[in-house]
Write a protein that binds this ligand. Sequence first.
Ligand SMILES: Nc1nc2c(ncn2[C@@H]2O[C@H](COP(=O)(O)OP(=O)(O)OP(=O)(O)O)[C@@H](O)[C@H]2O)c(=O)[nH]1
Ligand SMILES: [Mg+2]
Length: 337
Amino acid sequence: MRIKSYFSATVEAAVSKARQELGDDALLLNARPSPEEALHLGAYEVVFGIETPVVPPPAPPAARAERPAPPPPLPALPDPATDEADSLGGFLARQDISASLIQAIESSLDEDTVTEQQLARALSRRLNVNSSLDSPVAFVGPAGSGKTTLLMKVAIRESADQAVAVVCADSQRIAAAEQLRTLCSIAGLTFDYAGQPESLAAVVEAHQAAGRLVLIDMPGFGPSELGPARVWQAALAKISSLTPVLTLTATARTADLRLMVGHYRMFKPQRLAFTHLDETGVWGGVYSTAGETGWPVAWLTTGQSIPEDVEDASVRRIVDGLMGLAGKTRAAAAAAG
Ligand SMILES: Nc1nc2c(ncn2[C@@H]2O[C@H](COP(=O)(O)OP(=O)(O)OP(=O)(O)O)[C@@H](O)[C@H]2O)c(=O)[nH]1
Ligand SMILES: [Mg+2]
C-alpha cells in the first residue's frame, strides 16, 4: 500500500483532487485539519492509501507478438510538497507514533508491497488489552486526566453484575469527596472516604470482605508533588492484588505521555486507560504509550456522559483509530453535507 496526502481548503475539495488522480478504488485513511507545517498547502489534509498499483490497461495484443509485453513499472508520484506523507514512516509520524516504534514497524514490513492488512497486523502485534475487573482497582494519573469520571462510568456499568464500592482517596481537592458521594448516591453505589493514607488499606479490605469490587479514586499529583505521591503510593502498596490503572488523556502528545509514564511509574501501573478520545483523531499517543510500556489498555473514553461514554479497549479499535477510520467517518459525514 502506498500512502499519499492531499491538501485543500476543504475536505471535499481535497477528496475530489485525490479521486481525480487516484480513482475510486483508493482508500480514504484519514481527514483532518492540516498540521501547522503544511498549512500553506491548504487548511485540510486527507490521506489516501493505494492498495494496488494503477496500471494502464494492456494494449491489445499485436498480431505478431508472441509474448505480452511486461507491464510498465509503477510510475512514481513525485510531489515535493507531500513527500513526507508519501512514505509509510511519514504517515506513522503524522499519527505521532514514537520514532522507535516507527522504526520497528518499518523494519518489519516491505514498504513497496505492504497492504493495509499487513500494516494493521504489524500495528496490532504491539498492543495488549485487558478490562477485566476482579480485584481492587485504583485510578491514578495526572490531575484532570479524567480519573473520577472514568471510575464512575466503570462503577455504574459494573454494578449491573456485582456489588461495587467507590472509595475516595482524594483529600487534595476541596469537595472532591462530596462530589463523588453525591454521584454514588444518585447511582445507588456504596461510597466510602479514606482521606488519610494510613486508613486506605483497612477501608478497602472492609469492602472486599463484604464481597464488593472496590474502585479507588486517587488525587492527581503534579510533577512538584512527589512527596504526597510517594505517601499515597506506599498506602496503595499495602492493598493486596491491587490493579493500578494509569489514566491519561489521549490528546496529550506522545512525548508528554512518556513523561507522565515516567512520573507515575512509581505506582506500578498494571493497565492503561485513555480519556478524551472524542477530542482527537491522532491515536499515536495511545499506541506508543501502550506499545512502549507493554501495559494492557483497559478502557477508552469518548465524552463526559456518565456512564455512556466508555468502552472496553480493543486492539481493533486502536488500530482502526491509527489507520484513520474515525477520520473516514467524519469525512463521509462532511461530504454528505
Ligand atoms: N470530552 C471529554 N471530557 C472528559 C472525558 N473524560 C473526562 N472528561 C472531563 O474532564 C474533566 C476532568 O475529569 P475528572 O474526572 O474530574 O478528572 P480527574 O482526573 O478526576 O481530575 P482530578 O481529580 O482533579 O485529578 C471533567 O470536566 C470531565 O467531564 C472524555 O473522555 N471526553
Ligand atoms: Mg478526580
